[in-house]
Design a protein around this ligand. Structure first.
Ligand code: AMP
Length: 270
């Protein structure tokens, strides 16, 4: 498994692999890898990628000033071992300084799908995501890139960016991997105490039991009953992300809620 830290070196290697006729898959992550991330690598393997490039980068540009950039969990050694075991062929560990040169001044803005949901609560978040993902696409020239449904809005925003900027690659979205309790796996779960972890299960349980809960109000009530602070509970059209009154086929119901200080997200496609 190759390890790259410098964007230029990664780009040169990917170009050579591409010229050699290899199919390249990209799996972008912020590291502290868990089963959810590994399922994306596995998906890339099953889709027949010859080279699977996993990027591990806590991208400062997608964090707001009061968010958890500084304390976001990092464990390079464990991530390397997991990537190797999962079948990645290259790992990219850049630093903020080599991804964003002095006077970096070009950003990618998606202006439709990123307006609501997390985009509304985290100003500048998707600008940071689109910018770094566009850079990763240009560094790796992947045939396809794998994202998780866990970050549903992100996957839709990236799809739109690929369509509207004519990136020559396919976006693959893999299902949400959960803990046995139902809690969606997330690097941020490490912030949760044992007691918070139990209360956080209300999110996945609520989404799964949406029918019995009489819609979004019932779901919100369940979350509050578990002591979570609801950031949003919304039902939207799964394609356009426009609000939908009724929870019906073709919708996605998304939740963001604080469990203590930890902001958790989850969703379900109807
Ligand atoms: P992150 O490291 O949290 O930025 O996530 C990197 C990629 O892994 C994104 O495409 C996420 O949607 C995906 N991912 C994170 N958690 C999960 C999960 N529980 N199941 C599936 N994919 C996930």
């Amino acid at each position: 498994m190759k390890i790259f830290r410098e964007p230029g070196k990664l780009q040169k290697w990917c170009r050579a692999r591409k010229l050699a006729g290899k199919r390249i898959a990209l799996v972008p992550t912020m590291g502290y890898l868990h089963e959810g991330h590994l399922s994306l690598i596995e998906r890339a393997r099953r889709k027949g990628a010859d080279e699977i490039v996993v990027s591990v980068f806590v991208n400062p540009v997608q964090f707001g000033p009061n968010e958890d950039f500084a304390k976001y969990p990092r464990d390079e050694k464990a991530d390397l071992a997991k990537c190797r075991a999962a079948g990645a062929t290259a790992v990219f560990f850049p630093t903020p300084a080599n991804m964003y040169l002095p006077r970096h001044s070009v950003y990618v803005n998606e202006e439709d799908l990123s307006r609501g949901l997390c985009g509304a609560r985290r100003p500048g978040h998707f600008r940071g995501v689109c910018t770094v993902v566009a850079k990763l696409f240009n560094l790796t020239h992947p045939d396809f890139a794998v994202f998780g449904q866990k970050d549903y809005q992100q996957a839709q925003v990236i799809r739109r960016m690929v369509r509207d900027l004519n990136f020559d690659l396919q976006i693959v979205v893999a299902p949400i991997v959960r803990e046995p309790s139902g809690l969606a796996r997330s690097s941020r779960n490490t912030y949760l105490s044992a007691e918070e972890r139990e209360r956080a299960v209300a999110i996945s349980r609520g989404l799964k039991g949406l029918r019995g809960l009489k819609g979004l109000k019932g779901l919100k009530g369940e979350l509050e009953k578990a002591g979570l602070k609801v950031d949003y509970v919304e039902c939207v059209d799964a394609e356009t992300l426009e609000p939908r009154k009724r929870v019906e086929k073709g919708c996605c119901v998304l939740v963001a809620a604080y469990c203590g200080k930890t902001r958790l997200i989850d969703n379900i496609l109807i």
